[in-house]
Design a protein around this ligand. Structure first.
Ligand code: GRG
Length: 290
C-alpha cells in the first residue's frame, strides 16, 4: 500500500528547507525564539505539503507556492498558540511539548501568535509578483479571518459558553474553524495554475476538512495523550459542541466516511489527483504521522 508519508515526504523536505531559510532572517530575540519553538515542534505539516502536492499535480512551479505554503503553516501554528491559551482551550501540551504560554508566559504567547500571523503575511506578500499571487494572498487572508478560521473559532467559543447544541451551527464551525485552512491547500494551487479545477478542488478541500475535524473529535474521545501529543477528553469535560457530543461515536465515524467519499467524488476520477484520493482515505485512519 502506498503510504501518505511517502507521498508527502518530498514536499516536507522542500517545505522544511524553505522554512529554515526564512526563519534565519528573524531578529535574534526571545520573541523569535518563541516563534521558532511554536513552528518547529513536530507538526505534521499536512497543510503546506498538501498545497505543494496539489501544485505539483497541476504543474505549478513549486518555488511560487512555497511562500504561500509557509504562510499557511504559520497561520495554522499561530492559531494553535492562541488556541492553547487559558482563555481559550487552556491546554498545557501541544505536539507533546509544553504549550507556548507554558514555556514563555501568557502575555508572551499572545504576542508570539500575533507576530507569527503578521510574519505569515509578510512572507507571502514579499514574494508576490503577479495578479494570481495577489489573488492567492487575498484568498489566504479571507479564509483565515472572519470569513473562515477565526469566524469558526469565535462560533466554537461562544457555543461552548452558551451551551448551544445545533447541527447547523456545528457544521458551520467545522466548515470554518478547520475546513477553511484545508480548502486553501487546494484552491491556492488552482488560482496559481489558472485552470478549471477550482470548484472540484474547493469541494474536495471543504469535505476533507470536515472529515478531518470529525476524526479529530473522535480521537479526542478514544485516543491517548501520548499518541496525540495534547490533552485528551477535554471536549467532553468542557461541554464543547463537537460531532461526538451531538451524534455519538458510531454516527461520527459514518459521517467522516461520507465526507471523505464526497471529497473523493469531487475529483471526478481525474488521474492527476490520484494521490489526493489516497490521502483522503488515509486521513480517515490517521493516528499520528512523523
Ligand atoms: C491567531 C489566526 C489566529 C487565530 C486564532 C484560536 C483560533 C483563532 C483558531 C483555532 C482553530 C483551531 C484550533 C482549529 C483546530 C484545527 C485542528 C484540527 C488542528 C490540528 O491540526 P493538525 O492535526 O496539527 O494538522 P499539527 O500539530 O500536526 O500541525
Amino acid at each position: 500500500m502506498i503510504d501518505t508519508n511517502l507521498i508527502l515526504s518530498k514536499y516536507k523536505t522542500l517545505f522544511e528547507d524553505f522554512l529554515d531559510q526564512e526563519i534565519q532572517k528573524l531578529p535574534c530575540c526571545e520573541l523569535s525564539e518563541a516563534i521558532v519553538y511554536s513552528v518547529k515542534n513536530g507538526g505534521k505539516r499536512l497543510r503546506p505539503t498538501l498545497m505543494l502536492l496539489t501544485a505539483d499535480a497541476l504543474g505549478v512551479d513549486l518555488n511560487k507556492v512555497l511562500p504561500f505554503a509557509l504562510s499557511l503553516e504559520l497561520i495554522h501554528c499561530s492559531s494553535l498558540v492562541h488556541d492553547d491559551l487559558p482563555a481559550l482551550d487552556n491546554d498545557n501540551l501541544r505536539r507533546g511539548k509544553p504549550s507556548c504560554h507554558v514555556k514563555f508566559g501568557e502575555a508572551e504567547a499572545i504576542l508570539c501568535g500575533d507576530a507569527m500571523l503578521n510574519y505569515a503575511y509578510e512572507i507571502a506578500s514579499f514574494y508576490c509578483q503577479d495578479k494570481n499571487d495577489i489573488i492567492s494572498l487575498n484568498t489566504l487572508a479571507k479564509y483565515s479571518g472572519i470569513f473562515g478560521m477565526l469566524g469558526g473559532q469565535y462560533l466554537d467559543v461562544t457555543c461552548e459558553k452558551r451551551n448551544i447544541k445545533s447541527k447547523e451551527i456545528l457544521l458551520d464551525i467545522q466548515k470554518n474553524k478547520t475546513s477553511a485552512l484545508f480548502t486553501l491547500c487546494f484552491i491556492i494551487p488552482s488560482i496559481l495554475a489558472n485552470n478549471n479545477y477550482y470548484n472540484n478542488l474547493e469541494n474536495y478541500g471543504q469535505n476533507l476538512g470536515i472529515a478531518f475535524q470529525i476524526v479529530d473529535d473522535i480521537l479526542d474521545e478514544i485516543s491517548n495523550q501520548e499518541t496525540l501529543g495534547k490533552s485528551i477528553g477535554k471536549d467532553k469535560s468542557s461541554g464543547k459542541l463537537t460531532s461526538v457530543a451531538l451524534y455519538g461515536l458510531e454516527k461520527s465515524k459514518e459521517m467522516s466516511e461520507v465526507y471523505t467519499k464526497n471529497a473523493i467524488d469531487s475529483l471526478k476520477d481525474n488521474k492527476i489527483f490520484n494521490n489526493l484520493v489516497i490521502i483522503a482515505n488515509e486521513l480517515l485512519t490517521r493516528i499520528k504521522w512523523d
